[in-house]
Write a protein that binds this ligand. Structure first.
Ligand code: EPU
Length: 363
């Protein structure tokens, strides 16, 4: 089926090592992208130019429900450097294929604080703007400067600033498809399957202040009797907190939080509190209320439950895990993960009237 003349493209590549759920699936065709010229070479050659493409970063936010028929572009663009400065910030650039956590550790080793609250988030630098990763009071958009990407239809390079990325809670322009049926403005908003991120630049504040206030961090400050932690201390604490309640994807397959924390109106929240006063909720600046999806799932009794080899993590109900990935068996299928996810959505909806939205991309 495929033209063997393309050295760049590997056939029938097992994807289990490349997705953090460790789901068994194959890419019919996979190309490693180390540079924009690799994308251009593919776009210049049949049949790759016409084939749908799927961009794979660290594979920490995907559920594979079968072999991938699209041409998988595995991003391996490397490099980290101080790229410039503004009046208020130092600009640091990293290749999209760099491991996120190692990049965060590297910035601290260079004496450049600002990313420490997001330590130990699995995945790559290139995936970080796609879902606007965030943890412990800091989101990627708070530290984002700009990114370079390549258009997968035309091969053109382009740069986007924060406004152009249209960041939202675990959301960006890269999660939305453009649609020919919507008007021109809407069409311009979607870059899903259209762009491959090559490099990301971060604006790290010259006058750094710790971001505190998140309950788990406050607890660590009290434990260590420390009111002004250093960036390295926050980094270490965040690593401890995450290791204590989130499974290590190298040992137990998972994709981090499986659902987004839902936002509801004050009225809806009041109704839920009346039915269950213990519901964990946070009032946001715009008056809406964010509910802890982990709590909603937990209170429906899902913690520790399984469908086949797909399970709900014992220490954090927001995380679905592959129970088979350490036992040496093939483990959970993407189908089992999605059956479990839908059963959870149905039971949370029946009890609270809230439809949870999945975070990972389902392929
Ligand atoms: N909770 C329960 N039971 C559970 C899980 C949580 O009652 O099984 C309660 C907790 O006790 C807490 C509340 O729910 O009161 C919130 O839990 P937590 O502080 O662990 O944070 P989260 O809302 O579950 C979010 C992010 C995480 C991020 C943490 C810390 C989302 C979808 N998830 O989780 O991000 O690390 O906050 O900032 O926003 C990820 O996206 O993959 C991720 C891990």
């Amino acid at each position: 089926m495929f033209d063997n003349s393309t050295m760049l493209v590997e056939k029938n590549v097992p994807l289990q090592p490349f997705n953090s759920f460790h789901i068994v699936a194959k890419a019919q065709a996979l190309a490693r992208i180390v540079d924009a010229s690799d994308v251009r070479a593919l776009l210049a050659e049949a049949p790759w130019a016409q084939m749908p493409k799927f961009v794979l970063g660290g594979g920490s936010n995907v559920v594979l429900t079968g072999d991938v028929k699209a041409l998988v572009l595995k991003v391996e663009v490397m490099g980290r450097r101080l790229a410039g400065e503004t009046a208020k910030a130092l600009i640091v650039e990293a290749g999209a294929g760099e491991n996120w956590h190692e990049f965060v550790a590297w910035t601290l080793a260079q004496g450049l604080p600002g990313l420490e609250n997001m330590a130990l988030i699995p995945g790559t630098v290139g995936a970080s703007p796609v879902q606007n990763i965030g943890a412990y009071g800091v989101e990627l958009q708070d530290r984002f400067d700009s990114l370079d990407a390549i258009d997968l239809h035309t091969g053109e390079l382009f740069t986007l600033n924060a406004a152009q990325c249209a960041f939202g809670y675990r959301d960006s322009i890269f999660k939305h498809s453009s649609s020919a049926n919507t008007d021109a403005d809407q069409k311009a908003l979607g870059l899903k399957d259209r762009a491959l991120i090559l490099r990301v630049r971060f604006a790290l504040p010259k006058h750094w202040k710790p971001v505190l206030g998140y309950a788990d961090i406050e607890k660590k400050m009290a434990e260590h009797d420390c009111t002004q932690p250093s960036a390295q201390q926050i980094f270490d604490w965040v690593c401890d907190i995450r290791r204590a309640k989130l499974p290590n994807p190298d040992l137990i397959g998972n994709a981090g939080s499986f659902f987004k924390n839902p936002s509801v109106t004050r009225e809806q929240c009041a109704d839920i509190i009346a039915r269950d006063p213990k519901v964990v909720h946070y009032v946001l600046a715009d008056g809406s209320v964010k509910l802890a999806a982990g709590w909603l799932i937990d209170s429906c009794g899902w913690r520790g439950k399984s469908v086949g080899q797909a399970g709900v993590y014992e220490k954090q109900a927001l995380v679905l895990v592959n129970r088979g990935s350490v036992s040496g068996s093939d483990g959970a299928t993407g189908g089992e993960v999605m059956t479990l996810a839908r059963a959870i959505q149905t039971s949370v909806y029946e009890r609270f009237g809230i439809m949870l939205e999945a975070e990972p991309v389902v392929i």
